[in-house]
Write a protein that binds this ligand. Structure first.
Ligand SMILES: Cc1cc2nc3c(=O)[nH]c(=O)nc-3n(C[C@H](O)[C@H](O)[C@H](O)COP(=O)(O)O)c2cc1C
Length: 319
């Protein structure tokens, strides 16, 4: 009942994709998502070298025989990312699908396609989605204003982006961010999306490596507990509302230069929040869908809840 162009293209059971996530999307989580019928995607940005990504791919393969992908983040970073090497490892290892993010995937599209790797490019606007299609992406993930990560500064919600994208593009469209339950999965499919891409809900899963205090902070949060920062440096990101992110916002209000923001926004602080549970420390990305997450469940329970919830709604509407 939930068969779509994306389940067919990726050879997965359900139209549910776990977006690549720095620090969080490691072998255990990714394998759990793929084993439960979705598509798990390994993060790459946290690996200092391509060989460490290769090790994580091998570790994931020991935990699942189902398809999984790798995320290649092309956004500007405070350290130079070894993306050329990551792409080489992906091709050598026969990974079937890559999620590229922002930036310019042009550089890698030919190499990936020659190695039979499908490319899903993640964007935040219709203009960028059209461009991704024109350069040969196999699918686009459109992330709305409500999602974790770097929603574009146009501030358009998924509710409006998806139908326009579906009307404009020929390749499949995935609805990125803000979907934490079966009602939202059904709504995304109704709008024409071929799958959802979720992150925040998997951060709170049993298999996620995030610190228990971090998971608890997200369980306590409501849909209003995220804010947008880094607008002044044209790199907007949706983060958890805490002492540090509010301080960054105040600094941006008084037009503090980038150099002053760095100590508070650097990835290492976010890592300590996720992995060591220092939830007031650092800026870390979280989507507005956090408001619907009420308990720590296994990945299988999360995926089953999405599927049963969506199927119930579809049955009810058909009746
Ligand atoms: C903790 C965390 C880390 C993330 N890291 C990355 C990343 O390294 N690269 C990337 O393309 N997206 C990253 N994302 C975005 C996710 O892949 C996905 O697009 C997003 O989480 C979907 O929105 P949602 O969290 O509202 O479901 C991250 C998201 C979270 C929550």
């Amino acid at each position: 009942m939930l068969k779509t162009k994306i389940t067919e293209m990726l050879g997965i059971k359900y139209p549910i994709v776990q977006g690549g996530m720095a620090w969080i999307a490691t072998a255990e989580l990714v394998a759990a998502v793929s084993n439960a019928g979705g598509l798990g995607i390994l993060g790459s940005i946290m690996f200092p070298t391509p060989e460490l990504l290769r090790e994580e791919i091998h570790k994931t393969r020991k935990l699942t025989d189902k398809p999984f992908g790798v995320n290649i983040t092309l956004l500007p970073s405070m350290r130079e990312l070894p993306n050329d090497g990551f792409v080489q490892v992906v091709c050598e290892e026969g990974i079937p699908i890559v999620e590229t993010t922002a930036g310019k995937p042009e550089k890698y599209i030919d190499t990936l396609k020659k190695a039979n790797v499908k490319v899903m490019h993640k964007v935040g606007s219709i203009q960028h989605a059209k461009h991704a299609e024109s350069i040969g992406a196999d699918a686009v993930i459109i992330v709305g204003f409500e999602g974790a990560g770097h929603p574009l500064m146009d501030d358009v919600s998924l509710w409006n982006l998806i139908p326009v994208a579906v009307d404009t593009l020929k390749i499949p469209v995935l609805a990125g961010g803000g979907s934490s339950d079966g009602r939202q999965l059904a709504a995304a499919l109704a709008l024409g999306a071929s799958a959802i891409v979720a992150g925040t809900i998997f951060v709170v899963s049993k298999e996620s490596p995030a610190h228990p205090d971090f998971k608890q902070a997200l369980l306590n949060a409501c849909e209003c507990d995220t804010i947008l920062i880094q607008r002044t440096i044209q790199n907007q990101t949706r983060v958890f509302k805490n002492k540090t992110s509010m301080e960054v916002l105040a600094m941006e209000d008084r037009k503090a230069p980038f150099e002053e923001l760095i100590p508070l926004i650097k990835g290492e602080m976010g890592r300590q929040a996720y992995m060591e549970g220092k939830t007031d420390y650092g800026c870390f990305t979280v989507g507005q869908g956090v408001g619907l997450i009420k308990e720590v469940l296994s990945v299988k329970e999360i995926i089953d809840n999405y599927v049963v919830g969506a199927q119930d709604i579809i049955k009810r509407l058909n009746a």
